[in-house]
Design a protein around this ligand. Structure first.
Ligand code: IMP
Length: 211
């Protein structure tokens, strides 16, 4: 079954494809120019979904629906973010929007907000929405991983994205960026939500008919 990855975030697209590489889905994304041409699907360069929901679930649905309507394919969308305990859960659904600047500048800004805080506990959480316009299937899967915020940026910029250089998963000493993509993809919030989706797909008979 062909499924469109409803995202313009290349880091997310790469992770979703890697995590679900053994699933029954054949993924299509903005990176797959040849398949898009074959399917006669045009995703405008400036295609943007206004994420004005108040929850991960609402925003994941907005994205899945927008891309499904645009492409005619089933779509999966991930809406996720970082929640920092000492900041009352901030930045949460606004993880991508609370600071104007590069990911590195944003990470430095977050470290600055935490500079006097002893409590560095945080978690990544998010929701994956699967939406299939042909069958009307609309499903949500949650994932979470607890950890803490490092004192400085650490790790390879090529590994992961966003807050990976400052997030240390519980039970480890290195950041996600230091641990690397393969490792991260086995334990992350995204992995957990997508694993639930892959289990669900195996048992929903309606999806078998939606070729
Ligand atoms: P959105 O889901 O497109 O609203 O963006 C979520 C934002 O949260 C990303 O742009 C990142 O800044 C952050 N984020 C979500 N998941 C991860 C992750 O796995 N690693 C690092 N940052 C993440």
């Amino acid at each position: 079954m062909q499924v469109f990855i409803a995202s313009s975030n290349l880091g997310k697209i790469r992770e979703i494809k890697a995590i679900l590489k053994k699933s029954a889905f054949e993924f299509v994304s903005i990176l797959d120019k040849e398949i898009l041409e074959e399917l006669k699907i045009v995703v405008p360069e400036d295609f943007d979904v206004v994420e004005d929901g108040e929850t991960f679930r609402e925003n994941a649905f907005l994205k899945a629906k927008a891309y499904a309507n645009l492409t005619g394919l089933a779509a999966i969308a991930d809406d996720s973010g970082l929640e920092v305990e000492a900041l009352g859960g901030f930045p949460s659904v606004n993880s991508n929007r609370w600071f104007e600047g590069s990911p590195t500048e944003r990470n430095l800004a977050l470290l600055d907000l935490l500079k006097d805080k002893a409590n560095r506990r945080a978690r990544f959480c998010g929701v994956v929405c699967f939406f299939d316009p042909k069958t009307g299937v609309e499903k949500f899967f949650e994932g979470e991983i607890r950890g803490e915020i490092a004192k400085e940026l650490r790790g390879d910029k090529a590994e992961g994205f966003g807050y990976d250089p400052i997030f240390i998963p519980e039970g480890y000493k290195q950041t996600f960026a230091e641990l690397g993509a393969t490792f991260k993809n086995n334990i992350s919030h995204r992995r957990q939500a997508l694993f639930k989706l892959s289990q669900y797909v195996l048992q929903d008979k309606r999806l078998e008919r939606s070729e």
